[in-house]
Design a protein around this ligand. Structure first.
Ligand SMILES: [Zn+2]
Length: 453
């Protein structure tokens, strides 16, 4: 389907790595970027969008979201989750199924990919599930997903791998079929011991019960076992400076190990997480000390981590408001991804604006094999975000499009709200208006696995 070619003119353009000299960008009728330059002349039949000095960014790539579909759409679903994504400037999601049915076979994955057509407002590349049950069928997932998710520690909807022999069997099988592992790293034994020794205030301190050492131990073990069996490993949502350092060291030594962190580990700290009401910042892994925040900021600033993913994990507020022990972990955040990254760059000397923007565009796109996403270069998909960096706003949780309608960032002043968002051929979102009908497609390996429509 053809769309009208468009010339975007007079903006500040970020190409996925840095702000560039070009001020203008042209898209073709197929929804790809066809030209970058300065003072480009409008052609016949071409629509012109005047940027007036605003920023033009590649659509963000969120490499870690939970949309709960199929199976738990009362909590979210792709229709609302992807509306939140557009609001946050995100045009591509890599999504993790952490409720039944897990993505353990090719058949289940193909059905999911097909069913999301006409439902998702953003392009999607869901991960497969690496579990004991997936072992006989894991090869079926090759070519359908960018990686397979393994829970090494217990978390929402997953008990965690029970021992090292099991981890080795899972990692070896992934290596055998040639698929990347994405892992949640927290060590259950360390967490059990912490829970047992907790006294007084510690009993309800999430950072005490899920301590630094739980992540560090698990990351260390995962890197060692991945090396032994030849697996490619990506550690998700790194919450500790030491965990990040272990990943960077292994990579520097030549091992195929990478990692991402999440916005909340860069913007909040354990004291704030403990003080906020209704367990809003209760998340796995826990939000750690200010020292860990600083260490992670340095690594993002130096581009030592392979990006930032939200870990958008929606729950109804009445569930979060239960007593600490009964409240589920995770919170919605995709609706605010771009403004949150800008806030991190504004607040952190360690993180430049360009490093912050790269962490949610080109870096995760490259990490998960989405070479047509997350960049403003000729030939890339024309996924585009226009934002006015000088426009400040106060987060009002009731107005966020994803389903939960609450946010740990409620009341915070942020800037750079995405004003308009294009997905390939079309303008799909304007701030304050209903998004366009869903036009998301499978991308990455899955793009060629299903018959095109
Ligand atoms: Zn997650």
């Amino acid at each position: 389907m053809e769309a009208q070619p468009t010339l975007f003119r007079g903006g500040r353009l970020f190409d996925g790595d840095r702000f560039i000299d070009a001020t203008d960008l042209r898209t073709d009728g197929l929804g790809r970027i066809s030209e970058l330059g300065t003072d480009l002349e409008a052609q016949d039949q071409e629509r012109v969008v005047e940027l007036g000095g605003r920023w033009l960014l590649p659509g963000l790539v969120d490499c870690h979201v939970h949309f709960r579909e199929p199976g738990l759409v009362r909590k979210e679903g792709y229709l609302t989750g992807s509306a939140g994504a557009l609001h946050g400037g995100v045009t591509t999601v890599c999504e993790i199924q952490n409720n039944p049915p897990l993505m353990e076979t090719g058949e289940v994955m193909r059905k999911k990919l097909a069913d999301l057509r006409g439902v998702s407002r953003v392009d999607y590349a869901p991960y497969g599930s690496l579990t004991e049950a997936s072992l006989p069928t894991l090869h079926e997932l090759v070519g359908l997903c960018p990686a397979v998710k393994c829970f090494l520690g217990c978390s929402t909807g997953a008990g965690g791998v029970k021992d090292e022999a099991t981890m080795r069997a899972l990692f070896a099988r992934a290596a055998e079929v040639g698929i990347k592992i994405v892992a949640h790293c927290e060590d259950n034994r360390v967490m059990d011991a912490a829970a047992e020794s907790a006294e007084g205030d510690q009993v309800e301190r999430h950072d005490y019960r899920r301590p630094v050492e739980a992540e560090v131990q698990s990351v260390r073990d995962a890197i060692r076992v991945a090396d032994e069996v030849g697996a490619v490993l990506h550690v998700f949502h790194i919450s500790t400076a030491e965990g990040g350092r272990l990943v960077a060291e292994a990579r520097a030594a030549g091992q195929p190990v990478t990692g991402t962190t999440a916005p909340h580990y860069l913007i909040a700290d354990a004291e704030e997480a403990a003080a906020i009401h209704e367990n809003r910042f209760k998340v796995n892994p826990s939000i750690k000390s200010i020292d860990n925040q600083r260490g992670l900021r340095e690594m993002v600033g130096q581009r030592l981590l392979e990006g930032v993913g939200t870990d958008h994990a929606p729950h109804p507020l009445e569930e979060k408001a239960r007593p600490y022990a009964k409240a589920p972990a995770g919170f919605p955040s995709i609706d605010l991804l771009l403004p949150l990254l800008i806030a991190i760059a504004d607040d952190a000397d360690e993180v430049s604006l360009e490093a912050a923007l790269a962490s949610v565009t080109r870096i995760p796109a490259d990490e998960f094999g989405l070479s047509e996403k997350g960049r403003l270069v000729v030939g890339a998909d024309a996924d585009l975000v226009i934002t006015d960096p000088g426009a400040h706003f106060v987060v009002d949780e009731a107005t966020l499009p994803s389903k939960s309608k609450w946010s740990p960032y409620h009341g915070r002043e942020l800037r750079a709200r995405p004003d308009k968002v294009w997905l390939r051929r079309r303008l799909v979102n304007e701030y304050g208006q209903e998004p366009a009908p869903p036009q998301g497609q499978p991308v990455g390996p899955a793009a060629t696995a299903l018959a095109p429509v």
